[in-house]
Each structure stands twice: as C-alpha cells, then as structure tokens.
Design a protein around this ligand. Structure first.
Ligand code: B12
Ligand SMILES: *[C@@H]1O[C@H](CO)[C@@H](O)[C@H](O)[C@H]1NC(C)=O
Ligand SMILES: *[C@@H]1O[C@H](CO)[C@@H](O)[C@H](O)[C@H]1NC(C)=O
Ligand SMILES: *[C@@H]1O[C@H](CO)[C@@H](O)[C@H](O)[C@H]1NC(C)=O
Ligand SMILES: *[C@@H]1O[C@H](CO)[C@@H](O)[C@H](O)[C@H]1NC(C)=O
Ligand SMILES: *[C@@H]1O[C@H](CO)[C@@H](O)[C@H](O)[C@H]1NC(C)=O
Ligand SMILES: *[C@@H]1O[C@H](CO)[C@@H](O)[C@H](O)[C@H]1NC(C)=O
Ligand SMILES: *[C@@H]1O[C@H](CO)[C@@H](O)[C@H](O)[C@H]1NC(C)=O
Ligand SMILES: *[C@@H]1O[C@H](CO)[C@@H](O)[C@H](O)[C@H]1NC(C)=O
Ligand SMILES: *[C@@H]1O[C@H](CO)[C@@H](O)[C@H](O)[C@H]1NC(C)=O
Length: 430
C-alpha cells in the first residue's frame, strides 16, 4: 500500500515544529575535552569546608556526569552535614542548592531530602523571602539569584509554589534584577531557568494555573533573554566570564525566544575555553558554575542525567612552568575608603598580593579608619563592614571594590594588585 505523498511533508513539518522547541546547544567536542582539565583539577584538588560550595560543585559534578566516587563521597559528606544540622541557619538559596545537589540524578540521597523535610523547609524560606519583600520596600532577605534557585528547586522536586506569584515577582523590570542600574546577567539567567521549569510544568498540565500566568511567564522569559543578549561582549562573553556559563544554560533552554543569528554559541564557547587556559576559573565555585554549559547541560537536567561516555582524564603533557626564584619584591598602591568622605593611604605589600592583603596592611596602620570585617563565602572573603559600617540587604547597601574608579569583577581574596594602582572600597547602594 502506498503512503499518501504528503505524509513525509507532515513529518517534516512536525519535526521542524518540535525541533524549534528543542534547545540549540553547542558543547565542547570530545577532542577538546582536555581543555577542560584545568576546571577538573580545580574541582578535585580543592578542600571543601563550606556546605554550599560543596553543594554547587556536587550539583555540577552530577549534572556533567564526572565519574569520581572519592570526590562525590567527599562532597556528599559536607552537603549532608549541612542538611542534617544547620538548615535553620541557611539562606533560601543555600538550601535550594543543597536540595538540588542531593536530588540530582535520582541518587539515593533523594530519600535524605524526604527524611529531612528539605522541600517543606525550602517552601518556608521562599515564603519568608516574599514576606520580607512585602515589608521592606520590595527587598528580599537575600537576592533574586537565590529566589530563582528557590523556584527552580521547588519546581524540579515537586514542591509547592504559586505560579501566579512567580509571574508577579519575576517581572524583568523588577529592581532586583539590577545592581546599581546594571542588569545582572547571572540573576537573569537563573530566573530564566526557573521560569522555564515552571512553564514546562504548566504546559504539562500537572499543576493548575490560568493561561494568564503562562503568558506572563513566557513574556518575562523573552524579555530576560533579550536583556542577556544585550550584555553580549565583542568576544562573545555574556556579562563577564563568571556569568557566561549561567547565561549559556539560560539560552540553551529558551531558544524559542531568539533567532539563531542573534547568538553565536560557538564564539562564546571558544572564548570561555580561552579563559580557562588563562586560569580565569581557578576557584571551585567558578569552575562548577561554568562546567555544565560547556558540556551542553543545564540545571534543568537534574532529573534526566545520562552517564558520560568519554572522560576528561586523557593524559596530556602539561607544560612545566618553572617559576624563577626571585627575591620577594614589594609594590605600593594607593588604598582608600570612601563613605561620604574619602580616607586614603599609601600601602606597601609583596608583589603578587591580593586586595585583601592591602586592606589588612592598611588596617594595621589605622584600625579606626581602615578596620573592616568579612565573612567567608563560596567566592572567598566577602567584605561586610568597614569603619563599623555594615552592609545590609534590607537597605541594598554594600562595600563595593574598585580599581581606578572601576568596579572589580573579582573579590578581595582573589584580585591580584599591581604597582601604583588606585584601590578603593566604597560605601554603595545597589
Ligand atoms: C547577589 C550578588 C551580589 C550582592 C550580594 C548581597 C546580596 N544582597 O545578596 C551584591 C550586589 C552586594 C554583590 C557584591 C559583589 N559582588 Co556579587 N554576586 C551576586 C550574585 C548575583 C549572587 C550571589 C548569591 O546569592 N549566590 C547564591 C548563594 C546561595 O551563595 P552564597 O555564597 O551564600 O552567596 C553569598 C555570596 O555569594 C556573597 N557574594 C556576592 N557577591 C560576592 C562576590 C564575592 C567576591 C564574594 C567573596 C562574595 C559575594 O553574597 C551572597 C549572599 O550573601 C553572584 C552571581 C553568581 N554567579 O554567583 C554575584 C558574584 C558572586 N559577585 C561578584 C562580584 C565580583 C562582586 C563584587 C566583588 C563586585 C564589586 N566590584 O564590588 C561585590 C563584593 C564586594 C565585597 N563586599 O566583598 C562576582 C564574583 C566573581 C569572582 N570571580 O569572584 C559574581 C560571580 C558576579 C559576576 N558574574 O561577576 N554581589
Ligand atoms: C577523584 O577525586 C579525588 C578527591 O577529590 C582526587 O584525589 C582524585 O585525584 C580524583 N581522581 C581523578 C581521576 O580525577
Ligand atoms: C545558627 O546561628 C546562630 C546565630 O548566628 C548561632 O548562635 C548558632 O550556633 C547557629 N547554629 C548552628 C547549628 O550552626
Ligand atoms: C514529580 O512529579 C512527577 C509527575 O507527577 C513525577 O514524574 C516525578 O518523578 C516527580 N519528581 C520527584 C523528584 O519527585
Ligand atoms: C516539572 O518540570 C521538571 C523539569 O522539566 C520535572 O523534572 C518535574 O518532574 C516536573 N514536575 C511536575 C509535577 O510535572
Ligand atoms: C505578552 O506580550 C504580548 C506581546 O508583547 C502582549 O500583547 C501581551 O499582552 C502580554 N501578555 C501579558 C499577560 O502580559
Ligand atoms: C589616592 O586616592 C585618593 C582617592 O581616590 C585620591 O584622592 C588621592 O589623590 C590618591 N593619591 C595619590 C598619591 O594618587
Ligand atoms: C552621608 O551624607 C549624607 C548627607 O549629608 C547623610 O544623610 C548620610 O547619613 C551620610 N552617610 C553616612 C554613611 O555617613
Ligand atoms: C608610597 O610609599 C613608598 C615607600 O614608602 C614610596 O616609594 C612611594 O613613592 C609612595 N607612593 C606614593 C604615591 O606616595
Ligand atoms: C587614624 O586616622 C584618624 C583620622 O585621620 C586620626 O585621627 C587618628 O589619630 C589615626 N590613628 C592612628 C592610630 O594613627
């Protein structure tokens, strides 16, 4: 029996309809896996003390499919510790990351999520964020990056949340998408992942909602995608090197909202590979955040992991760089604290010192003027106060780090200072 001649056409039409829904993904080819080796080294060699850092890394390790039992057990131990003991002290986003890491890839730790009621605790923390917004001029307890993580985790692990509320708070004009007037690519990217998950669940018909929510969520996603594409730099980075991995994930899952000509994925990928070779992602959290996208994976894949074939451990001859033995040399920089007034000083530190060394040196000179406090975070030391003046989420205030008047894209613990530089910590509003 002959098939009607139009059948293949229907097939083609269906195929193109479906494939337009499917993500356009570029990923590192197998021959280039060796270029990811620095990321892997950073991840396996690090000591993990903080639970959320371990969670972020575990999430990536699982989503990417890195097979290393020793590493996974080490990370898991840290993450479980936090899930058992300190849940009340975690921020909402920290708990969301821990939940996603434990739940990723249907590991046995899913029972842990259930036994320790992590989902209902996350629902409460998300609720508390929203209540804080209602009482503090729209400011959440933490930030929208974390609210996005919350919605993502609740959506992926069948927690309850209101799609209407999500559609309401994630409006792209909301001030929480901006720091000092600048669109935060990381924040927008995580929001797109969260909104996409919610949208998929709405279209599945598994959760109830009006078509209005779906339409608003689609509109928000499209607007956020446009904002990310506007932050594309000449070399293809989206925002900066540290936001690019998150932004790639977002663009992978939202390809129905932009034209292929609007984003050259391969160019972005190549630039990220170049940044890897320059040591840009030298801290585990940075390596963990960029890794999934390079393998064409996103956080939405946590429930459908496929074990990796091919491995990153192709032995490659590492160039042996012998550091020349030089006597320690010193450099001096101009360091200032700006509140309403500016207090400056000339600080001398060893060559190769970081911003934090400068701050400590200045603090020794004059504790009243240059005294500061910090907390250890996943990205390193976060400066919380200078001259006793404390940063506050409720007031959207923080201590901004600058060099030559320009904000730095690294923290005090990682930014290496240079001779004659004008460094500043500035009391700022975001
Ligand atoms: C929100 C946010 C902020 C907020 C934090 C306050 C708040 N209300 O939440 C504000 C706007 C104040 C901020 C400030 C800075 N940030 Co910021 N921030 C973020 C963002 C978008 C989310 C962080 C988060 O909540 N993570 C999730 C939770 C679960 O993890 P967490 O570890 O508990 O989160 C805390 C820390 O991350 C800390 N934090 C936020 N930013 C930074 C930066 C550094 C260097 C450190 C050590 C800690 C830190 O605040 C979070 C909330 O308490 C990330 C994006 C990303 N990809 O991670 C950028 C990000 C971490 N920030 C970055 C930078 C560079 C800074 C600044 C150094 C900018 C500057 N020039 O001053 C300052 C920090 C200065 C200081 N005082 O030490 C970079 C770090 C890159 C790197 N290699 O180190 C990121 C990755 C953005 C980017 N793509 O460039 N940030
Ligand atoms: C696996 O992880 C452990 C612990 O982090 C590390 O010591 C080891 O070198 C890793 N193995 C490989 C093959 O990367
Ligand atoms: C939680 O935080 C409080 C106040 O910061 C502290 O006293 C308490 O020891 C912390 N609890 C845990 C389990 O870390
Ligand atoms: C969430 O619910 C869906 C459909 O009801 C189910 O297929 C899925 O396994 C559930 N996921 C988790 C993590 O419980
Ligand atoms: C919601 O969507 C996520 C991601 O597609 C999926 O893993 C989850 O099972 C869905 N939940 C429900 C209840 O459909
Ligand atoms: C979504 O966007 C379309 C086109 O810009 C607009 O007509 C529509 O009113 C928007 N829908 C909602 C619910 O905001
Ligand atoms: C040091 O920085 C402060 C604040 O930016 C500036 O006022 C001062 O002129 C600088 N000093 C020198 C020697 O450059
Ligand atoms: C800075 O000056 C303004 C205006 O005089 C004042 O309202 C504000 O409290 C001052 N800020 C600080 C941190 O001293
Ligand atoms: C800072 O101090 C060093 C050493 O005391 C000196 O060589 C340098 O000229 C000073 N720099 C400035 C800008 O005053
Ligand atoms: C610190 O600086 C302040 C303001 O310049 C000054 O009044 C104070 O005497 C200084 N303290 C020390 C210990 O040098």
């Amino acid at each position: 029996m002959r098939q009607p001649h139009w059948l293949p056409l229907v097939g083609l039409l269906l195929f193109s309809l479906i494939s337009s829904q499917v993500c356009t993904i570029c990923e590192v080819s197998k021959e280039d896996y060796f270029r990811l080796k620095p990321l892997l080294n950073t991840i396996v060699k690090s000591k993990y003390t903080g639970a959320t850092k371990a969670a972020n890394v575990l999430l990536s390790v699982r989503v990417v499919g890195i097979q290393n039992q020793t590493l996974e057990q080490r990370l898991l131990q840290r993450v479980r510790d936090a899930g058992e003991r300190k849940v009340t002290n975690l921020t909402s986003g920290q708990l969301a990351l821990i939940t996603m890491a434990l739940g990723a890839c249907h590991s046995h730790d899913e029972n842990f999520i259930h036994d320790h009621h992590l989902i209902s605790q996350l629902e409460n923390k998300f609720q508390a964020e929203i209540e804080n917004m209602e009482t503090h001029d729209g400011n959440p307890l933490t930030n929208y990056y974390q609210l996005s993580l919350d919605v993502l985790a609740l959506c992926l692990f069948n927690g309850s949340y209101s799609a209407t509320k999500v559609a309401e708070i994630f409006s792209p004009e909301n001030k929480n998408f901006y720091f000092g007037g600048q669109f935060s690519v990381d924040t927008g990217a995580l929001a797109i992942l969260a909104l996409t998950c919610v949208k998929r669940n709405l279209t599945n018909g598994k959760i109830r909602a009006g078509g209005k929510d779906l339409e608003r969520i689609s509109n928000h996603t499209k607007a956020l995608v446009n904002k990310i594409l506007l932050e594309r730099k000449e070399d293809g980075l989206l925002g900066n090197a540290f936001s690019t991995g998150n932004a790639m994930q977002a663009l992978f899952v939202s390809s129905e909202y932009y034209q292929e000509s609007e984003w050259n994925c391969q160019e972005t990928l190549n630039t990220v590979l170049k940044e890897i070779s320059q040591g840009t992602f030298g801290i585990p959290i940075a390596a963990a955040q960029v890794f999934p996208a390079l393998m064409g994976k996103t956080y939405l894949d946590v429930n459908s992991c496929v074990p990796r074939s091919g491995n990153f451990n192709i032995p490659i001859p590492l160039p042996i760089t012998v550091a020349p033995l030089k006597p320690p040399s010193y450099i001096s920089v101009n360091y200032s604290v700006r509140i309403n007034e500016t207090y400056d000083t000339n600080v001398t530190v060893r060559h190769g010192s970081v911003f934090l060394d400068v701050m400590e040196q200045a603090q020794k000179q004059n504790k009243t003027v240059f005294g500061f406090t910090m907390v250890e975070s996943d990205w390193g030391p976060y400066i919380t106060s200078v001259q006793g003046l404390k940063a506050s989420s409720n007031d959207r205030t923080y201590w901004e780090l600058l060099s030559g008047g320009k904000p730095l894209s690294q923290g005090a613990g990682n930014y290496v200072v240079r001779e004659g530089e004008n460094l500043q910590v500035r009391w700022s509003k975001y």
